[in-house]
Design a protein around this ligand. Structure first.
Ligand SMILES: [Zn+2]
Length: 408
């Protein structure tokens, strides 16, 4: 989930770029790329589609023309495992935050019961592999924001027992125990209680997600966690200086401990030009927020999708730069050049952010495989980036949990 934080914080928009020809629905890829993509286990570690699942009328089994994720489009794009994000704004705290998180976890779990032929709940790397072997899409759950545990370690255990396999320690604002990258430092990183949260996550086998947290918090987490950690949806700050992105030093430190950076496709995190344009015209961002609220009331899923539509109108009018999907490849390549292919993966932020042209939905994912082959990447490296690295990381977290006496 990035959009509203971005809108609120950044003071945004206003770029100018000529509108090019519309991107075709799907781009041709080689047979070799197609075969490699569909025999690899493709994992996406961050999708905000959960907000849509809260609407009882939304059918994940239907092919939609809006948003980015549904079963038919995951099938078409060869997307084999998805972490559905449990999200409420960081400003919502207390018991209600726990309650709303539980409702969303239930909404995700319910989908596997509604679509047993297509979906299987997965909580381990082995269960993802089993789902793939059974031609099902693995459904995983990640909690986006430590505020949802309401400062109670028992809720870490509770979430884990319901299938949650990662937790992002903060969202856009600080929690009571960890600083966010998009808030003013209040704790100088991770507090002592925050370190207990990390230790408990290690024990129960929940991956620690370092996306969104402040740089100091990140280094505190690395020093605390006994298991490798993930950045579930972050891109490279060397290419786009969003504070949410990771510096080269952070990516190196993450990799040195066996972690993985999962590249985020949001245009504001991929393109410096877009980010600069946003900053230059804050009124555009405010206008998008106001208009999406007008269209949707307080319905989060609707707001996210409408805001993306409005943003595209602004791009068409030349008010904002047009960012194309190959920027994703630039970020993957930057990270691979830094730390090798063992530490990079995919964390789209589908249905929670503004997708680049040519990556509007999951059907476009084979283009990534095609582009990496075109850059000379080996098939084994591509398979790792598509999902193998995430599976390895999950196995590492599971092994640490066993060692610590948990039961992942
Ligand atoms: Zn997010």
């Amino acid at each position: 989930m990035t959009r509203f934080g971005l809108l609120l914080l950044a003071a945004l928009l206003g770029g100018i770029l000529p509108l090019l020809a519309l991107t075709p629905q799907s781009q041709p890829i080689s047979q070799k790329a197609h075969d490699l993509h569909f025999r690899s286990i493709v994992v996406d570690t961050h999708d905000d589609t959960t907000q849509r699942l809260l609407d009882p009328k939304f059918d994940l089994g239907a092919h939609h023309t809006d948003g980015s994720i549904d079963i038919p489009r995951m099938r078409e794009g060869g997307l084999d495992a998805v972490f559905f994000s449990i999200y409420i704004p960081g400003s919502v705290t207390g018991p209600i935050a726990v309650q709303r998180a539980l409702e969303q976890i239930e909404a995700v779990r319910r989908q596997t019961a509604l679509h047993p032929q297509d979906l299987a709940l997965a909580t381990t790397a082995a269960e993802i592999r089993n789902a793939f072997a059974a031609h099902k899409i693995a459904v995983l759950i990640g909690v986006e924001g430590g505020h949802m545990i309401n400062n109670d370690l028992a809720n870490v255990d509770k979430f884990a027992s319901l299938g949650v396999r990662y937790m992002t320690l903060t969202h856009m604002v600080n929690t009571d125990w960890a600083d966010s990258s998009t808030d003013k430092s209040a704790h100088n990183g991770l507090t002592d209680f925050g370190k207990q949260v990390v230790a408990e996550m290690n024990r129960v086998g929940m991956v620690v997600d370092v996306s969104h947290i402040a740089d100091k918090t990140f280094y505190d987490v690395l020093a605390t966690s006994q298991a490798p950690v993930i950045a579930s949806h972050s891109s490279c700050r060397a290419l786009d200086d969003a504070p949410r992105n990771m510096t080269d030093d952070m990516i190196k430190a993450l990799a040195a401990k066996g972690g993985v950076i999962q590249i985020n496709y949001h245009v504001g995190f991929l393109s410096q030009e877009f980010r600069d344009a946003e900053k230059a015209a804050p009124d555009l961002g405010k206008a998008i927020e106001a208009e999406s609220k007008k269209r949707c009331g307080d319905q989060e899923a609707c707001q996210l999708i409408e805001a993306d539509k409005i943003l595209r109108e602004y791009v068409a009018q030349g008010k904002l730069p047009r960012v194309v999907w190959t920027k994703i490849i630039d970020h993957i390549d930057h990270a691979v050049k830094l730390v090798g292919a063992d530490h990079v993966g995919l964390g789209s932020d589908f249905d929670g952010a503004d997708m680049p042209y040519g990556m509007e939905d999951a059907t476009h994912l084979p283009q990534i495989t095609n582009a990496l082959l075109g850059k000379g990447y080996s098939e084994s490296d591509i398979t790792k980036i598509l999902g193998g690295n995430t599976l390895r990381l999950m196995q590492g977290v599971e092994a640490t949990s066993k060692k610590l006496g948990g039961k992942p």
